[in-house]
Design a protein around this ligand. Structure first.
Ligand code: GUN
Length: 296
C-alpha cells in the first residue's frame, strides 16, 4: 500500500486560517500583531526563509518588517537594534535569522531579545520554561512537527518517538515537547545523534521517526520499520543542472524508497518547512494577545 504523504502546506493553510480569525479579534480591539525580523548577510537559504516568513505574515494579517544588515556589521550595532526593537510597541515578536556570521556571538544576541518577544523560543529563559513544562511559547520547528502529527491523526501519545539530531533548534526542544505529561505529548522519546553507534538499531524501533540531521537522504529504507510514521525535518540543497536555480531540495530521508514502506511521511519541500513558518505566525499572534492583555 502506498504511504500517505502528509502535506505540510495544507496543514499550514489550516493553521493560518485559524490565526486570521485570532488576528481579526485583535484588530477589533485596535491591535495589529507585529513581527520584526533581522537578517545579517546574504546567505541564500536565509534570504529565502525570511522572504517566506514575510509572505505568510502578510497573508495572516501580521505587520512585519525586515531589517537587513551587511555581513560585516559590528556586534554592538546588532545589539543596539535589538534593544530598539525590544522597546518598539509595534512589534510583539522579534526574530534574528540564524546562522549569524562567525564574528557575532549568537548566544549573546539571542539573550538580548526580550523573552516576551522571543517568538523563536531560543532565549535561555524560554528554553528553561519549556523543559520544566511551563512554556511561554513553543519553538517553531518542533511545534510544527507536533502539530503535523496531531493534525494528521498520528498522535505521539504512548508512542516510541525516535529523534535523529540533537540541535538546540530541533532535536533537543522536540524531545522537551514530546516527553511532557500533557495531551498531545506523553511519548517515549529516544534521541540519537552523530555519535550514536548503530543508528539503524534505534531508528528501526521507532513508531514515529523524526529526522533532523542535516544529512541528505541519510535514512534509508532498511533503517525504518514497515508502518512507521516519518517526519523529515531536513532541508538540503543538492546540485541539479536541470533546475534554473542549479539546485533542488531533498530531505534527510530517502523519500522515494520510504514512501513504499511507511504509514505516513512528510515530503521535502512541502512538509515541515511550511509548518515551521505557520508556527512562527502562531507565536507572533499569541505574543500579541499576551502583550495586549487579550489573554494571560
Ligand atoms: N535558522 C534556521 N532555522 C531557524 C529558525 O527556526 N529561526 C531562526 N531565527 N533562524 C533559523
Amino acid at each position: 500500500m502506498a504511504a500517505k504523504i502528509i502535506s505540510g502546506r495544507e496543514l499550514a493553510d489550516q493553521v493560518c486560517g485559524e490565526l486570521r480569525e485570532r488576528v481579526e479579534r485583535l484588530q477589533e480591539k485596535g491591535f495589529t500583531p507585529g513581527l520584526a525580523m533581522v537578517r545579517v548577510g546574504e546567505d541564500p537559504a536565509s534570504v529565502s526563509y525570511v522572504r517566506q516568513k514575510e509572505k505568510t505574515a502578510g497573508k495572516v494579517g501580521i505587520y512585519s518588517e525586515t531589517i537587513v544588515f551587511p555581513e560585516d556589521i559590528p556586534e554592538e550595532t546588532l545589539l543596539a537594534k535589538i534593544d530598539e526593537l525590544n522597546r518598539d510597541p509595534r512589534f510583539h515578536g522579534i526574530l534574528v535569522q540564524l546562522p549569524l556570521p562567525k564574528h557575532i556571538d549568537a548566544g549573546k544576541v539571542i539573550e538580548a531579545i526580550d523573552p516576551r518577544k522571543d517568538v523563536d523560543c531560543f532565549h535561555p529563559v524560554n528554553v528553561g520554561k519549556l523543559l520544566i513544562g511551563d512554556p511561554y511559547l513553543l519553538p517553531c520547528t518542533p511545534h510544527g512537527v507536533q502539530q503535523i502529527l496531531l493534525r494528521s491523526g498520528h498522535s505521539p501519545e504512548g508512542k516510541h518517538v525516535v529523534i535523529c539530531g540533537r540541535s538546540n533548534i530541533n532535536g533537543k526542544p522536540l524531545f522537551a515537547i514530546l516527553i511532557q505529561k500533557k495531551a498531545g505529548a506523553n511519548a517515549t522519546v529516544t534521541v540519537c545523534h552523530s555519535r550514536t553507534p548503530d543508528l539503524a538499531h534505534f531508528t528501526r524501533q521507532a513508531d514515529i521517526l523524526v529526522v533532523a540531521m542535516g544529512s541528505p537522504r541519510a535514512i534509508t529504507a532498511d533503517m525504518v520499520r514497515e508502518g512507521a510514521v516519518v517526519i523529515d525535518v531536513g532541508v538540503n540543497r543538492i546540485p541539479d543542472a536541470t533546475k534554473k536555480s542549479g539546485f533542488r531540495l531533498v530531505g534527510d530521508t530517502d523519500f522515494d524508497a520510504l514512501v513504499e514502506l511507511v504509514e505516513a511521511i512528510t515530503p521535502v519541500p512541502g512538509g515541515v518547512g511550511p509548518m515551521t513558518v505557520a508556527m512562527l505566525m502562531w507565536n507572533t499572534v499569541t505574543a500579541a494577545e499576551i502583550q495586549t492583555g487579550l489573554v494571560s
